[in-house]
Design a binder for this molecule. Sequence first.
Ligand code: NAP
Ligand code: ZN
Ligand code: ZN
Length: 346
Amino acid sequence: MRSKGYAALTAKASLTPYEFDRRELKANDVALTTQFAGICHSDIHQAREEWGPSIFPMVPGHEIAGIVTEVGSAVTKFKVGDRIGIGVFVDSCKKCEACLKGLGNYCYENMTATYNSMERDGKSPTMGGYSDSFVVDADYAVKIPGNLEMSGVAPLMCAGITLYSPLRHWQAGPGMKVGIIGLGGLGHMGVKFSAALGAETTVFSHSPHKKDDALAMGADHFVSTADHSVFAGMKPEFDLILNTVSAEIDLNPYLELLKLDGTLVMIGLSGKQYPISAGGLLQKRRSLAGSQIGGVPELQEMLDFCGTHNIVSDVEIVKAEYINQAYERTIASDVKYRFVIDAATF
Ligand code: NAP
Ligand code: ZN
Ligand code: ZN
C-alpha cells in the first residue's frame, strides 16, 4: 500500500516529504486513514539520534488517530469506519511473561516500536504515523470513544498512556500527594489524570508563565523551579513524583521531597546519565523507579477513562510542512501542549 508522509533521511537532516510502501493486509491486520499524528519529544530524540543509532529513512510518529478503511479476513475487533488509535508499539512476542500479562510494552524479546524498529522478521523497518495511511495488527490498535475529538485523542496514544499507567500502578487517588515535573506533552496529561483520580497535584515547571494553565488543567499547586532556592522551603510530603522532563535535571532535590516510602518515577528519557545521592534514597526508604508507556489493555482502559471524564490533550494543530518548526518549538518548551499534524496535509 502506497503511503505519503514525512521522513528524516539522516540524523542531521530536516524532515522532508517521503513516499513509501506499507505491507499488504495480513489476516489479522487493519488498514486506516490517518487523521491526526502527535509530535512526541521521543520523535525528536530518535530523529536526531539522541538515544544512540537510529534507522533511516525514519518516518516518526507514534500518536496516531485514524479511521479503519479495510480489515483482514480474521479481524472481528474492528470494522470499516471505526475510529481507532495506535500507540508506541505495533508488535511483541505474544508469549513471554510480560506479553501474557498484557504488558507487551515490557516484552522480554522487546516490543516492535511503531517506527525506528524492525518487524518480527528482523529485516523490515517499521514506519510511523507521520503519514496518510497505516497498516497494523488489530491486536495493537484500540477503539476511540465516540465523544472525544480526534485531534485531542492522538496524543493520548503515547503522552496519555505514559502518565496514566504509572499513576494507576502507584495507585494515585484521594489522600495522595502527586508531583509532576515538566508541563509538556506528557506532563499536562499527567496533571489531568492525577486531578481526575482525586490526588492532590503539584506541577514543578521551569516555565513560570505556565502557572495559570497548570491550575486550569486541575493542578492544586504550581512550583516554579526557575529559581532553585524554592526547594529549600519545601517539606518531604510527596507520595509520588513523576519526572517527565526531556532534558537531564538534578533529581536529588526531588528525592528529598518524597515522604516515607515515596517513589520518584523516571519517565523523561534525555539519553544522559543522572547522578543520584544514595543518602537521599536511604532516608525515608524512598524508591527510584521507571515506567515505559503502557500495555494494550491499559491503553483501552485509559481511552475509556478519557471518554467518561471528557479528557483529551490540549493541542496545536499544524500542517506537515510545519514539522521542523514544531520540533524547534517543542525543544524550547513552547507548545500548548502538544503539536498534532493534520494528516490531510501529507
Ligand atoms: P515535551 O512536550 O518537550 O515536554 C518536556 C517538558 O520538560 C517541557 O515542556 C518543560 O516543561 C520541561 N523541560 C524541557 N527542557 C527542560 C530543561 N532544560 N530544564 C527543565 N525542564 C525542562 O516532551 P514530551 O513529549 O512530554 O516528552 C518528555 C520526555 O519523556 C522525553 O524525554 C520523551 O522522550 C520521554 N518519553 C518517555 C516515555 C516513556 O514511556 N517513559 C514516553 C514518551 C516520551 P516546563 O516548561 O513546564 O518546565
Ligand atoms: Zn511518545
Ligand atoms: Zn513478549
